[in-house]
Each structure stands twice: as C-alpha cells, then as structure tokens.
Design a protein around this ligand. Structure first.
Ligand code: GLN
Length: 484
C-alpha cells in the first residue's frame, strides 16, 4: 500500500493493515479494534471466489447480487449475538462511485431485513462555501441525496460538512428538499481542533437524532473530561518545533498517527507541538544544521525503500552529536543503528540488508528464524508483540514498567552479532522480546534523550492517553527548547 495513494497504513493489535481512518476511530473511542473492523472490496470478492471454488454455491452463477451483497451483509451481521450493542458501518467513497454500488445495495437490504428501529442511515455530505457571494450551497447535498434515494435508501440523518456556519434557512431548505426532518440535519463544521468534533456534533444533536431513530434510551452523556481536555488544548500558548524527517512528504497523511501522537505528547506537557515535515532527500552532511537547526526534537519515522535513507542517517547523526532529543521509529531505529555503526564503530559500509544486500556489515538484517516469528502475516512481523524492558534504562523511565506491548510492521531486525560492540560504545538494547532474541528498543547512554523502537508506538497513542514514548520525547524537546 503506497503511502502516496493511501496515506498511512494503520496497524491493529491483531496485525491488520488498515486504512488510516481506523486510527481516528481508535483515538476517538479509545478502544482497540481488530481486523474485523476493516473490510475491503477485495477481501469480499476473494472470499466469494474461495467459496465458489470450494463448491459452496453448488455451481450456481455467481453474481454481484446476491453473492457479493450477501458476503457484505454477513460481515455486518457477524457482530450479532456478541456483546456489541451498535455496529457503525462506514461506507467510504462518494454516492455514485461504481466501486460502491454493491455496498450501497447491501446496506439497503440490511434496512429491509432488520427492524425499522434497528437501522439508521446517516448520509455525510459537503456544503461548499462560495466566498464571492458569501453563501453556503445546498445543491450538491440535494443531488447526492437524490442519487442515494434512487438506490433505494432514504437517509434518516444528514451530516453536513461545512467550513462556515450553515444558516437556519439552508437547514430548512435541506430538510424540505432532501426529505428529512429539520432536527436531523446536523451541521458538521470545521473545528479549531480535530478532537473538538465529537463535542460539536453532540451540541448539534447528532446523539439525540441517532437515539431517536434507533429507539435507544437517551442518557445524558458525561463529556466533562473530554471538554476539559479541549479547553486545555485551546489554552496552550507555548510552542515547540519537532521535525519529522521522512520521505513521503508530498502527502502528510503518510505520517498521520505520528503527527497526532506528537500533539498528544504536547497536550500532556502543556505545549503546542508544531510539526515540521522535512524531506530527508534534501539533507546532507553540509546542510543538516541549516535545515534542522530550528527544531527542538528530531523524529525519524518508519518507511520502506532506500530513497532518502542517507538524509535520515545525516539527521540522526546531527541529533546524536548535538544532544538534540531524538526518537526513532521502526526504520528510524534501524537507521540509528546504521548511523552508529558507521560513525562510532567506524564500520564505514554498515547498512541494512534491505538497502545493501552485499554489505560486509549488515547491522540490520533478516533473521533465519524470521519465518517462525512472522506467523501472523506473510513475511512481515505484524501486530502487537511483547517487549521486556531493562530496569535502570531510559526506556524504563519512559514506560515505568517492565513488560509492554507495541505494534509492529516490518521485515528487518537488529543484528545481534554486533550487540556487544554497540553496547560497549553506549548504544544499549534496553528492550527486547521476552526471550531476548529480538531487539525492540535501543538508546544512547551518552545523550540526554536518544531512543528508538523497532515498533510503532504511534498506533496506540490517544489524545487523553498519550503513548509514553511521545510524552517523554516532547518533554525532552520542551526542556531542550528552554535551555536554548
Ligand atoms: N523497511 C523496514 C523493514 O521492513 C522498516 C519498516 C517500517 O519502518 N515500518 O524492516
């Protein structure tokens, strides 16, 4: 999945590689979701083809209706008879997309097969704002609803995305032309802060509208903690700058969870984190200071492929030699190991076997035992794995516990043959798999804050429960900023 096409690939505990929206769901509801929460059309088709090959359809002609639509419904109905009360099904895309037709047809059928009060259709539309005439346009919504109705679905609730406030008369117009009640036309206005959106929707009455339709007893929600968090965020006045040094800079969604996690770390340290996206392809030994000098912390995130690798290594060298707080994630950790091997251990051709198969010093490599380890998916180590932290380490100070779990998505690993040499020079392995074989965290003991993990801590960070590594990193960056 190319980050340019899809943005970040979000990884769940159980190792599913999903769309980045799922990350927002986890951040908002603070629940760990699973591979069952993300279903692609390809998976649906694959499953139907497999069933056909197994003879499950008794040789019947396979068609979009009913075979594909039944498969979609089965996925939705698979949550029945569990402890789940409400299933939220998000259909991505736009009404009218050819790709979405079977999905829309499937949820139409759900509405017929289930009790009327058990299904609510929420249609999200865009209300463009025309600045020249200072008006919000309702026409696209009218057309979209018309299309939806021609497919047999009457929306119960309209959620209207708009940059400007939607005037009452526009809401009335939408209600009339789109065949919904006025109180079910919900404004979804651009918020000053992403995390304020649920509060705005609650104020607009979305919760009431859903409860009304689903016949659910209305409980007064207690959002006080979330409100307090938003108020705190709004008051942050001190700002620090952190650089994400990566290669997918044209689409910042490629580092969505990392950027969000930095902000979460800011919330708990009472600072606003300004994230700078720095293209590693532009960094070399001469200009590292010019490009990175203004930042209070340097983060090298995950990635695949060798473009921009040397720039990442330069950025890490700059952070290490100048005592600038550094956090390496996955590829960022691997490059920190390569940088150290080259510039401290003097192994000039050290590299990751991913980028140089013939290097005489593959400090990052694929292990022989890898196949057994990657039982969760293909050749990649995917999903949550335990890590044991050494006491008396920075990692222990960060996590305050010995046994942690973090999510992974990578093929290559730290090469243990070099461990002793690294540790003798101060780059210690402070976290490993419980059996000690896989290195999960390295840190440099001769630096105020230089730490890197083979995993992705950003996937578990929540605004009100930030990931420990990000809290500590932002704290170090804040202290660095104050010491300047
Ligand atoms: N490309 C590296 C690997 O496969 C790192 C992957 C990552 O950063 N997610 O091991």
């Amino acid at each position: 999945m190319s980050p340019y096409e899809h943005g970040e690939v979000f990884v769940t505990d159980d190792g599913a590689e999903t769309d980045l929206d799922l990350g927002h769901y986890e951040r908002f509801i603070d629940e760990n979701l699973t591979r069952r929460s993300s279903i692609s059309s390809g998976q649906i088709y694959q499953s139907v083809i497999n069933k056909e090959r197994e003879g499950k359809y008794l040789g019947k002609t396979i068609q979009v209706i009913p075979h594909i639509t039944n498969e979609i419904k089965e996925n939705i109905y698979s949550f029945e008879n569990t402890d789940i009360d409400v299933v939220i099904v998000e259909l991505g895309g736009t009404i009218g997309d050819i790709e979405g037709l079977a999905l829309v047809e499937a949820i139409r059928q759900v509405g017929l097969e289930k009790e009327e009060h058990d299904v609510a259709y929420i249609h999200v539309t865009l209300l463009p704002y025309i600045s020249g005439s200072n008006e919000v346009k309702s026409k696209p919504t009218q057309h979209s609803v018309k299309d939806l109705q021609s497919m047999g679905i009457k929306p119960d609730i309209l959620v209207c995305r708009a940059d400007e406030k939607i005037p009452e008369e526009i809401k009335e117009k939408l209600a009339l032309f789109c065949n919904v009640r006025k109180e079910d036309v919900i404004q979804n206005i651009t918020a000053d802060n992403l995390y304020a959106v649920p509060l705005l929707l609650e104020k607009e009455g979305l919760g009431d509208a859903v409860c009304r339709k689903l016949n659910l007893r209305k409980k007064e929600p207690d959002n006080s903690k979330w409100e307090a968090m938003i108020n705190k965020i709004r008051k942050l006045d001190k700002e620090i700058n952190i650089a994400i040094v990566g290669k997918y800079m044209k689409l910042q969604d490629s580092y969505l969870s990392v950027a969000e996690s930095l902000r979460h770390g800011g919330f708990s340290n009472n600072v606003k984190v300004k994230v700078g996206f720095v293209d590693s392809g532009k960094i070399n030994s001469e200009n590292a200071k010019d490009i990175l000098g203004e930042y209070d912390g340097i983060l090298v995130p995950g990635g695949f492929g060798n473009r921009g690798i040397e720039g990442k290594i330069e950025a890490i060298k700059y952070a290490r030699e100048n005592n600038i707080p550094f956090l390496g994630i996955c590829l960022g950790m691997q490059m920190a190991v390569v940088e150290f091997a080259r510039n401290v251990l003097n192994l000039k051709d050290a590299n990751s076997a991913e980028f140089d198969k013939n290097t005489s010093n593959p400090v990052i490599h694929i292990m022989e035992t890898q196949k057994a380890i990657t039982k969760k998916g293909g050749t990649m180590r995917l999903g949550s794995y335990p890590c044991k932290i050494k006491k008396n380490s920075l990692a222990y100070k960060v996590y305050k516990e010995e046994n942690i779990n973090e999510r992974h998505r990578h093929r290559f690993e730290y090469n243990n043959d070099y461990k002793e040499r690294f540790e003798n020079e101060g780059l210690i392995c402070s976290g490993t798999s419980p059996d000690g074989n896989l290195v999960e965290i390295v840190e440099y003991t001769k630096h105020p804050f230089f730490i890197a993990g083979q995993f992705h801590p950003e996937f578990k960070s929540r605004p009100d429960r930030p990931a420990p590594l990000f809290v500590a990193f932002v704290k170090a960056a804040k202290e660095y900023n104050q010491s300047k």
